[in-house]
Design a protein around this ligand. Structure first.
Ligand code: GCW
Length: 718
């Protein structure tokens, strides 16, 4: 290095270090998510990385990969990380067989990595110790770069590094329920991040950072608008805006999808029908697809909510869901697009048990869907409740690829003011055995295509992202976005391991902190179940906004809109009989499960009142059902109080701003847990005619008080 060069280098390093160390002051508002790349604390133990060697491949994806790697390593090592001209000791080599022919001689197991996988390996090349990130494609390099940063950011060592990873599922997609007016349905972190009004002229840095965060997890698609869709998004004016977003996301490997309103040919197309078998309707959708691809050449496809909660669909014309899905599939097929067709349906006329309806409607259509259709199924048969058994459609449609739909946004789980880590909920579902093709046919194996031999696979997460500075409203709600992405890549990852990874990158790498905070996260969903809907209770929240308890509601137009429909409590019993003597919903599961859930003796306690209607005096452990219910509600409140105490002890590990914010939210959560407990017990005590068990605290207010509470401006209302 020449003298001026050296001086410049020193100046740069000083400026860089200043910028890095200034980061916590500026950045600890959560904006940086898990991509903080805070300096590894012990300079002496920092990995000896001299720079990034990135031969050739000047593509947008490749540039993202190399740029992000340098940025991340620079943060971790607290020094700028240059691009190298060649391989030298300490280099991180970022290469595909095409860009660096030397890879071919190394005999690496690249074949199994496909289009998206990567390999990380510590090795000696020409006598120099280097770290290799290898992949078949530039996209693989992008994911590999992020994987290396995650590894180092979690205190991982370079020595001995040897990891090969490829995603289990093809389409790993966020679903935004964002309306064109900026309101987010079931969004608790501000307004939509898409500023439709200013697009396409103005795109935001926030879109880039959104893309980086998603790419770091391997999320490769995003549906920009709400499934309760406006057809306007398919008009030319909006397609220009969609194209502008797609241009920002493309260098990060993210393809854009849109929710399509089934009646669009009528709404914006000037036709008088949207009948899927009508030739003019078919021609309209084909022309519309062609138009979309002119704007967005790599458009992913459509997500559709049809004949569900008032949305139009093929049944308006006496056609089936398969007719509807195939109509759109036909229009997208020439361009390689796919249709995610949702199975979240329940009729507004059918008296059948609501949790049976989606199965009844979709299962007989197995085999009728076009090759580029995925049927998107919520994790449970009701509606994203704190706990549901897995949806019986998983495993029951062997001829149809089923995509999983998880809800990342906390509609039924405390909005974004409660700390509820959903990794455990999703793990519970993914690990559940459907027995569809014999024991071991887990939900994960159904959706990743292994169990029933599907090449097309997908998983969707209803986004919790909004315009709040920290993206998700609650610092810990970021963990749910993170966990969704990680599980989408590998559904067999453990919820705890994911929590630990996230904590290390987001807050602190201190082992004691991680152990304590991970404990807190791991217990948080069970706490919420306990203070909201223990023992298999479900759907007893407030009407419309879904905020807070309202088990008493019984006056809504349709039976299944009412909490009383779900808990069925009276003075003798509580619960929904879904065994053969009741709605027989158990029969929608494979025989071993139908048997397990059909019998009280073998039904796990957490599903008790989901499957059985039981006397208040039914023994549960060594208590009666009534006593057990009270104990569960009490436990839920105690668990939140414990979370508060645990978090209070962790102040030394976390910046003040985020620590205080979480503490305040936990305080709110504690009050609301208490409110759930008190209101529900006031109600159940009255219906059952049972006094509060001895030694338990009576609710401080009358039932009338809890019933009278109103929440007109609750966020996220539909
Ligand atoms: O859980 C319900 C929500 C609705 C949502 C619907 C769905 C987008 O309350 O707000 O609508 O599910 O999944 O379609």
């Amino acid at each position: 290095m020449t003298r001026p060069g050296r001086v410049l280098g020193v100046v740069c390093a000083v400026l860089f270090a200043a910028a890095t160390f200034a980061m916590p002051v500026r950045g600890e508002d959560g904006y940086q998510l898990w991509l903080r790349h805070a300096p590894l604390s012990e300079a002496a133990t920092r990995p000896a990385v001299t720079g990034v060697f990135f031969p050739g491949g000047e593509t947008p994806l490749g540039n993202s990969a190399a740029g992000e790697l340098r940025r991340g390593l620079g943060g971790l090592l607290a020094t700028p990380v240059p691009l190298l001209e060649g391989v030298e000791a300490g280099a991180v080599v970022l290469a595909t067989p095409e860009t660096w022919p030397a890879l071919a001689d190394l005999d690496l197991p690249l074949a199994g990595l496909g289009e998206e996988g990567y390999l990380l390996r510590r090795m000696v090349h020409d006598g120099a110790p280097v770290t290799l990130i290898a992949a078949n494609t530039q996209r693989g390099l992008l994911y590999g770069g992020f994987a290396l940063l995650r590894h180092l950011g979690g205190n991982g060592a370079l020595e001995g590094l040897d990891v090969a990873s490829a995603p289990a599922i093809d389409w790993r997609v966020l679903n935004h329920w964002d309306n064109l007016d900026g309101h987010v349905e079931r969004g608790y972190a501000g307004r939509s991040i898409w500023d439709w009004w200013r697009l396409p002229g103005q795109t935001e840095q926030r879109y880039v950072d959104y893309a980086r965060a998603n790419a770091s997890l391997g999320i490769n698609g995003t549906v920009l608008n709400n499934v309760n869709a406006s057809a306007l998004v398919l008009t030319e004016r909006y397609l220009e805006k969609v194209a502008a977003i797609a241009d920002v996301l493309r260098p990060w490997g993210i393809r854009v999808f849109l929710s399509a309103r089934f009646s669009a040919p009528r709404d914006i197309g000037g036709l008088d029908t949207a009948d899927p078998l009508d030739p003019a309707v078919r021609a309209w959708w084909k022309a519309k697809a062609d138009e979309i691809y002119r704007h967005v050449p790599d458009f992913g496809g459509f997500l559709v909510k049809a004949n569900s909660e008032g949305q139009p669909g093929p049944q308006n014309y006496g056609r089936t869901h398969a007719d509807g899905a195939n109509l759109l599939a036909e229009a997208l097929a020439p361009h390689g697009g796919v249709v995610f067709w949702r199975a979240f349906v329940y009729s507004d006329t059918d008296p059948e048990d609501r949790v049976k309806q989606a199965y009844s409607e979709f299962q007989p259509l197995d085999g009728d869907f076009a090759d580029n259709v995925l049927v998107q199924v919520k994790n449970g048969p009701l509606d994203f409740q704190p706990r549901e058994p897995f949806h019986p459609l998983f495993g029951a449609m062997p001829e149809t690829p089923l995509a999983m739909e998880f809800q990342v946004t906390q509609e039924y789980l405390g909005f974004s003011t409660h700390l509820v880590y959903l990794g455990t909920l999703w793990e519970e579902v993914l690990d559940a055995d459907t027995f569809a093709a014999g024991p071991g046919t887990t939900v994960a194996r159904v959706i990743d295509g292994r169990a029933q031999g599907h090449a097309l696979t997908g998983i969707a997460g209803v986004s919790n992202i909004g315009s709040d500075r920290d993206w998700t409203g609650h610092p810990f709600a970021q963990a749910n976005w993170y966990a969704f992405g990680r599980l989408a890549w590998d559904p067999e990852l453990g919820a705890r391991a994911i929590a630990e990874e996230w904590l290390a990158q987001t807050f602190s790498r201190d082992a004691e902190f991680i152990a304590a905070a991970a404990d807190l996260m791991m217990g948080s969903r069970e706490a919420a179940v306990n203070y909201m809907t223990p023992l298999g209770l479900t759907h007893i929240m407030g009407t419309g906004h879904h905020y807070g308890p309202a088990p008493w509601v019984d006056e809504l137009g349709r039976p299944e809109w009412n909490p009383t429909y779900y808990h069925r409590a009276d003075d003798s019993a509580i619960g929904f009989d879904r065994t053969a003597s009741g709605s027989n919903a158990v029969a929608q599961y494979a025989p071993p499960l139908a048997e397990r859930y059909g019998s009280l003796a073998t039904t796990p306690e957490e599903y008790l009142l989901w499957f059985h209607r039981l006397s208040w005096d039914q023994p549960v452990g060594d208590a009666t059902l009534w006593e057990a219910l009270v104990a569960r509600y009490d436990l839920g409140v105690t668990q939140v109080r414990r979370m508060q105490a645990e978090w209070a002890k962790l102040g030394t590990y976390v910046d003040e701003e985020r620590h205080a914010r979480v503490a305040r939210f936990l305080e709110i959560q504690g009050q609301e847990a208490q409110w759930w407990r008190d209101a529900c017990l006031a109600y159940f005590s009255e219906v059952s005619g049972r006094p509060m068990p001895e030694g338990t605290a009576p609710p401080p207010h009358s039932l009338e008080h809890y019933r009278s509470l109103k929440f007109p401006f609750a966020p996220g209302d539909g």
